[in-house]
Design a binder for this molecule. Structure first.
Ligand code: GUN
Ligand code: ZN
Length: 678
């Protein structure tokens, strides 16, 4: 295998990977600067030294057409030609075909040539389908592309082959194209998208990328062909694009244009630049304008590259922090068409696709940037898990709905809760901007780890309210009490008309309640968290029935944080609660209980027998050894590692998502916390 991909970190459907090539390792997402083999505005070595480029792309068609370049490349290799010892990708002439209407090379010939000049990743001569192509035409183009991909395999030798996914603007064709080229390629560019980007058709771009990703294997690198503007890097990376290539830096420089993360500006109109790159720091705009053409172009190209690489560093750091959506939403304000693209991501099938990739928590707070924040896939998942896994505490007939407030909600609302409990046995749900939060789940990510505005826009408010109504009607199903500003204003409602008509029956309830001393928030918390994390019924499996829990279960609290740290059941330590994200870490005893209490495939990651013996000793599960995974598991979830006979060998945290099983040839699939012997 000439190249391979290893997953290192992830957020949204985006990821940080190590891409290994015969000429070194690349950290993705990254940008491959386009080198013109004829005129080197900026040399390959400078690309590394000045901007940190790790891989470059050049054009084999252009090299082949020029006698001197061809001879040099054939005799000494492409690396010598461009004076670069890192990985080199080449394109094939498809783009020239698209721009000039014709190329003078056969599809098999150009692949042979790329092989002969020693490139790391060569590209097939795919058929560029413009957005104007009808469905039938795009389909014909794609069939020809697939035919050429198949024919290219015989010519590629040891070279990695990039088989482009075409299909025009039709997501169905993109998916079909992706599946069809999968057997022939090592790396998969998404092609034909340059006109979409030039015309800011970002909504179409999103559909095209997701269509292609649906049909591609998870563990292979995906390249967005001709995407060099940093404005789309965060969005495209969030959808799982690993590589970008840019000739934009040079093209824009030639036209006197400066690239910024939020758009483009003409140098002629720039009086000042806020950019921190060395060019803008040392050259006032007036001086830049006065320079002779070649120097000016060079400096503008440098600025453009600095900005582009900086944005990719930002994207990668956001993936590590779990704040990629925040960045995507912020950048989407750069162009109204990016707002349209964000709307596409709110469609139900898109949300479902995104949710499959999303990790369960991040290392930083869920920071609200605007209306799109109400639709992040993580919330979508939590709402679904609440709907299908959560059970309200038994024996409580009244549910009080509290308003959004200081976090964690149980602390912020302590006085209100105390008041209510002095009058009645009640359960509490916070009508939060993130959706309904049962009070005992207020430590779970991102309910406690979120920063929201004081006043929400009407659209987001409506979204939050409709999720709450559904939750009250279908899951809670008790009478509901809306907590108003004045206790005298307490009103009984049914869930349905809770917000429809706030002036319903007033009831002053002067009954005696159990009091806050009798309210066991820890017990509620353990029960609800276990069910939400591991599935309905998990609390019973782990902690036993609700009745008699006080006698059976002991909580060990962290004095410093005043939070439960460890949970002991009948003397066994079964769970630890993570202070950072409010979810449990399993212990050996907890894993054994879940394994005995739930049938396969629930919570299981099934590994090959030869792996199981290692995992039983505490070694991590490597991707190629995973045979199957519970389709409900998500990155970051705790899981049970079992052998093919469902013997429990370890427990740990999932790194891959279920649909990625079989996709990655390298890297971890489960970070094992503890091996359980054999
Ligand atoms: N460069 C920009 N778009 C494309 C494309 O669709 N195919 C190839 N091979 N190169 C491109
Ligand atoms: Zn600059």
């Amino acid at each position: 295998m000439p190249i391979s991909l290893e997953l290192k970190d992830r957020a949204a459907a985006g990821r940080i990977c190590r891409l290994e090539t015969p000429h070194g390792t690349v950290t993705t997402p990254t940008l491959l600067p386009v080198l013109n083999p004829n005129i080197q505005l900026i040399s390959a070595k400078e690309m590394r030294r000045l901007f940190g480029a790790e891989m470059v792309i050049t054009n084999s068609y252009v090299i082949r057409k020029h006698d001197d370049l061809r001879t040099h490349a054939l005799e000494k290799g492409v690396h010598s030609l461009i004076d670069w010892d890192g990985p080199v990708m080449t394109d094939s002439g498809t783009f020239q075909q698209y721009v000039y209407g014709d190329v003078e090379v056969a599809p098999d010939e150009i692949v042979r040539f790329q092989r002969d000049i020693g490139v790391d990743v060569g590209t097939i001569l795919d058929v560029f389908s413009t957005p104007e192509r009808s469905y039938e035409e795009a389909r014909e183009d794609l069939e020809e592309t697939v035919r050429r991909a198949e024919l290219s395999v015989a010519e590629k030798g040891d070279m990695a082959l990039a088989t482009t996914v075409q299909g025009g603007v039709y997501p169905i064709l993109r998916e079909e194209a992706a599946r069809a080229v999968t057997p022939f390629g090592d790396l998969f560019p998404i092609g034909g998208v340059v006109p979409l980007m030039e015309r800011q058709r970002y909504a179409d771009l999103v559909r095209v990328i997701v269509g292609a990703k649906e049909g591609l294997p998870a563990g292979k690198p995906v390249h967005l062909f001709g995407c060099g503007h940093p404005m789309v890097f965060p969005l495209a990376a969030a959808l799982g694009c690993d590589l970008f290539d840019s000739s934009a830096y040079a093209k824009y420089a030639r036209d006197g244009r400066m690239i910024f993360a939020d758009g483009t500006r003409m140098l002629a109109e720039m009086e000042e630049s806020e950019c921190l790159c060395p060019v803008c720091q040392t050259t006032p705009m007036a001086e830049l304008k006065r320079l002779a053409e070649p120097q000016r172009m060079r400096l503008l190209a440098e600025h453009n590259l600095h900005v582009s690489f900086a944005e990719l560093r930002r994207v990668r750091q956001s993936i590590r922090e779990g704040t990629l959506w925040e960045l995507v939403e912020q950048r989407a304000t750069a162009h109204p068409s990016l707002q349209d693209a964000m709307k596409v991501l709110q469609e139900e099938p898109m949300k479902q696709w995104l949710e499959r990739h999303e990790p369960i928590s991040g290392s930083r707070a869920y920071r609200w940037t605007g209306p799109h924040s109400a639709h992040r896939p993580l919330l979508h998942r939590l709402h679904r898990r609440l709907q299908t896994r959560y059970q309200p505490p038994p024996d409580v007939e009244t549910t009080v709905v509290l308003t959004e407030g200081r976090r964690p909600f149980s602390a912020g609302h302590r006085e209100r809760i105390k008041d209510h409990l002095s009058r009645r046995a009640a359960h509490f749900i916070v009508d939060s901007y993130l959706g309904p939060v049962p009070i005992e789940l207020d430590h779970v990510y991102p309910f406690a780890q979120s920063i929201v505005p004081d006043v929400l826009d009407p659209g987001s408010l409506t979204t939050a309210r409709s999720v709450l109504s559904l939750f009250l009607d279908e899951v809670v199903r008790t009478q509901v009490l809306a907590d108003g500003d004045e206790l005298e204003d307490w009103t009984f409602h049914t869930a349905e008309d809770l917000y429809a008509d706030p002036g319903l029956v007033l009831q002053h309830d002067k009954k005696e309640g159990p009091g806050i001393e009798a309210w066991d928030l820890d017990r509620l918390r353990m029960r609800a968290t276990a069910d939400l994390q591991f599935g309905r019924g998990a609390a019973k499996v782990l902690l036993g029935p609700w009745e008699g829990m006080e006698a059976r279960v002991r909580f060990h609290r962290s004095k410093r944080l005043d939070k439960v740290r460890n949970v002991q059941v009948e003397g066994d330590h079964v769970l630890s609660l993570r202070a950072a994200d409010g979810w449990f870490s399993l212990t050996a005893d907890g894993a054994r209980r879940l394994h005995a209490g739930f049938q396969t495939p629930k919570l299981r990651v099934v590994v090959q027998a030869e792996s199981a013996t290692f995992n039983a000793e505490g070694k991590n599960v490597m991707a190629p050894f995973v045979m199957d995974m519970d389709p409900e598991l998500r990155p970051g979830d705790d899981c049970l590692v079992v052998d093919p006979d469902d013997r429990l060998v370890a427990h740990g945290r999932v790194i891959l998502a279920p649909h990625e099983v079989g996709g990655f040839q390298r890297g971890l699939a489960v970070r094992v916390r503890e091996g359980l012997g054999t």
